[in-house]
Design a protein. Structure first.
Length: 310
């Protein structure tokens, strides 16, 4: 009985040692998985800052963080609005002119039709000898004048229609200018695109900034990753290999564990150390508790290739 118990203990010890040898640990660094840069859309001076965002370094989606002085933008916006109103009024004037030209063309065409009939009658009478050549020449002159007047009216209508088209194009340009002014007005307010934690957010009221300057960085605290370096031999082992999709355990200094999964492996190894950079996506359920740049221990349990091959 005693020998049997000793044999059982030795067997458990051997299994434990084997299990311990299959587990590897690495030291990694926590970072944000996605970092969004918040930049100023226009040039200006800071008029107001969100006190809660500065104090807590936390932002919610749609929250105004910084507002720039809008005096210049307001002037540009009102100028664009006034110019667009003037251009629209010009279109109405051009349309009225085109309507008048069209009405004049109708009158000229009617006059030409009337003179044409008169010309045909007088031509018949001239052939019969009922009127003399002088009278016929006067009718022909009226015919030519009527035709010329109709042609001029037709040209005037074409010119009026062209002016209407140009005026409408000018209105479209004015609408685009107004849209630009409205966008410039909107760019005066820097808002948070999503809920997250701010990094480097320390604006000062009165400070002047340039377009494109970085105001802060924003990241989702639930989306964190850990970068570790794994021996290249662990990637090419014939029996067990570390691949994308391998589950790992991320352990903090206080002993707290968090699950994760390898999502990226570099294609180039360091020549001297033969280590390859690997990225682990931490489970969102516990990622928020991790600090950026926190050193953590990654426990890696390689699985067989047929279990983790992609």
């Amino acid at each position: 009985m005693r020998n049997t118990l000793i044999s059982f203990i030795l067997m458990l010890t051997a299994h434990a040692a084997q299990a311990q040898s299959d587990v590897e640990s690495y030291v990694g660094t926590v970072r944000a998985r996605d970092v969004h840069g918040l930049s100023y859309g226009v040039r200006g001076c800071i008029a107001s800052v969100s006190d809660s965002a500065v104090r807590d370094q936390i932002a919610t989606a749609g929250q105004p963080l910084i507002k720039l002085d809008d005096a210049q933008a307001q002037l540009g916006l009102r100028t664009a609005q006034a110019r667009l109103s003037d251009l629209r009024a010009a279109v109405e004037e051009r349309v009225l002119s085109a309507d008048a030209a069209e009405a004049d063309l109708r009158r000229r065409d009617e006059e030409l039709a009337f003179v044409s009939k008169e010309f045909e009658r007088n031509q018949t009478m001239f052939r019969r000898g009922l009127i003399n050549e002088t009278t016929m020449e006067a009718v022909e002159r009226r015919m030519m004048d009527a035709r010329f007047a109709a042609d001029r009216a037709r040209e005037a209508l074409a010119t009026a229609n062209s002016a209407v088209a140009r005026a409408r194009i000018a209105v479209e340009i004015g609408e685009l200018d107004l849209k630009t002014a409205e966008l410039d007005q909107a760019d005066l307010t820097l808002t948070a695109p999503f809920d997250g934690v701010l990094v480097g957010f320390d604006p000062r009221v009165g400070a002047c900034v340039t377009e494109g300057a970085l105001a802060a960085q924003l990241y989702d605290p639930k989306r964190k990753a850990v970068d570790v370096y794994v021996l290249i031999s662990r990637l090419s082992d014939t029996e067990t290999a570390v691949t994308r999709g391998t589950d790992v355990t991320v352990r903090r200094g206080n002993g707290q564990d968090c699950g994760g999964q390898i999502t990226w492996i570099d294609t180039e190894a360091d020549l001297e150390s033969q280590y390859v950079k690997t990225t682990i996506d931490v489970e969102e359920s516990c990622a928020a508790a991790l600090f950026l740049n926190e050193a953590v221990e990654v426990w890696l349990t390689p699985q067989t290739k047929n279990m983790v091959s992609q």
